[in-house]
Design a protein around this ligand. Sequence first.
Ligand SMILES: [Zn+2]
Length: 755
Amino acid sequence: MTIHRGGRFLVAVAIAAAVAPGSGPSAQSLQAAVAAGERWETAFRELPVPANIRAYDERMSARPHHVGSPFDKDNAEWMLARFKEWGWDATIERFDVLFPTPKTRLLEMVTPTPFVATLEEPAVAVDPTSGQKAEQLPTYNAYSTDGDVTAPLVYVNYGRPVDYEHLDRLGVSVRGAIVIARYGASWRGIKPKVAAEHGAVGCLIYSDPKDDGYFGGGVFPAGPMRARDGVQRGSVMDMPVYPGDPLTPGVGATPGAKRLARADAATITRIPVLPISYGDAQPLLAALNGPLAPVAWRGALPITYRIGPGPATVHLKLAFNWDITPLYDVIARLAGSTYPDEWIIRGNHHDAWVNGAGDPASGMSAELEEARALGELRKQGWQPKRTIIYAAWDGEEPALLGSTEWVETHAAELEAHAVVYINTDSNGRGYLGMAGSHTLEPFINGVARSVEDPEARVSAWKRLQAATIAQGTPEARHEARTRDDLRIGALGSGSDFTPFLQHSGVPTLSLGYGGEDDSGIYHSIYDDFYHYTHFEDTDFAYGRLAAQTVGTAVIRLADADLLPFDFTRLAETVKGYVDDVQALLKGRQDEVRERNRQIEDGVFAATRDPRRPLVAPVAEPVPPALNFAPLENASAALTAAAGRYKKALASGSARLAGNAAVIRAVNAKLMQSERQLLDPAGLPHRKWYRHLLYAPGFYTGYDVKTLPGVRESIEQRQYTEADAEIARAAKVLEREAALVDAAAAELERLAPAAR
Ligand SMILES: [Zn+2]
């Protein structure tokens, strides 16, 4: 049975209204409004139909539809027609962006044994779209630079900074070499960036069967996992610096926009990069000699993993068509009746690397079914109070192109009107993933309590709680049992939420189901309708649940009179981050002290194995103490303001319904709350990223760094910079506390007796 409960905010308001002394007509009308809101929500959740989602997915993945392809445009026009048919005011916004496609791809081993890599994913007989060769993008990494290099090969594990520290200990340099890294553990674009910083002249990235292949199960088409010739395409642009069109950082790539010369675009790689299959990687890795790879570096190929350099020498030649390509965002609106200038925005991308039935069509199809259902609700008489904007982004795969250019183009409007952005991407069977702005943590927990999991027949929330108890650490288990809400993750990057949250300060949620199916077709020609309907959400029951979940969130946000933002969860989370950066510094100090002591005591000399010699580490200065007091004070101020707001809401909510002026005044402040966390000067060395609480890591890519300026200065041993970053982060938190205080003061006017 579906649990038809309101969100936390609605519940709190309804209870307050019922018990408030002397509750007059306004309280009654509030109760009526809550009842009406629940009725529309309940009606909405009955509408999504799995067969429709299946039909959209089949249509959208019928042919390859990468940026600039005929079917990419065709899909955009098809979606535009659907939105219009469902009663939305829809349009296509076009941008012109730099999008490279391969012209020359050559990889060969020249010594000790000649070998030419196939660089080709073969068609599979049972899979009808896998043979659409004429329209498929070849296997490549987008925004690799052109290059023609021949050099000895070095195996660098996942190619993270920590892997190079180990190579230093082994006495192996990659200067002048071509590195081969395996996919995984960091975002792919980090691998060539770190390789180039260490002097490598080329980079290969392969899918090891241990991480992505037969080690995890049967391979396609017999099973869902990656076969020997499957390749992961993907972008290697330096997106932690800025995403979007490399030629128009910070502004929309509209026809008249001023463009950089390609040579001045900082986000294109410095060395040529090519992704390969484990079929193509095996002969190269097998021809390496030199030190044995550490146990943790070994994959699942039937070879002895060695590091090199050489004797394998490889020749890598890449050239690209550096074309300016049009992209097509579909933007659809339902106008709000009461607060038309407050926008609830929701998006998923529609472009794929190839056919993309999973990534992105599984998520895009659920969004379309929501749009159909919301249109249907409107025909039945529902009017959203706020304006709802549904977006289908183009060009997400190369570099979040469509969303970034749209956000940059509409920056001033977003600043004034954006309330919340909700993002989804691929969807599958399993558990609800929830991440985003912590002001929305109670809100999205409330939504998760209101939708029913099709397999376990409990709420999506209950199922996620059970999974956290079953699989979590003892600490997570305890929290899942005792805390009101399940914690939501913080957002790094990896999908279209990045420009909204980290550039424009729009409160953001990233949602999606998954976790029950492992698969190995990511960014290959085999991510198609055949694979999805054989190995993933085969009956689209989770597509329906995704539509129910996100649609419920959209309706609640659009219709709540007072925006359901909670600052106690934000304050609690910030306090945790402040503790984390202090622990990070202490951990660094302890580590350096211990290593210096071991060097001084001769531990490395005494344990040196002359047959497998390691380079002794060098002593370094212990990181200095930093003054965290500004951050601690700001965090305390935010906690106090959040408590005041919560109290004012509890005692004033009964009188809110009749008081449109107060609602508008408080909402105007709440809408600006995430914006307070931005600093227009941006993060160190990457000013496009302006959010001082959440950012993708400069050296991790997708993974989030919280309090990024402070954390990364400590990680990169920039202690003077760390001091400055502490002050800057403290300043935005103080500003946030002041705004929350002001919002509380507005509410307190409703209940003077409560003070
Ligand atoms: Zn995607």
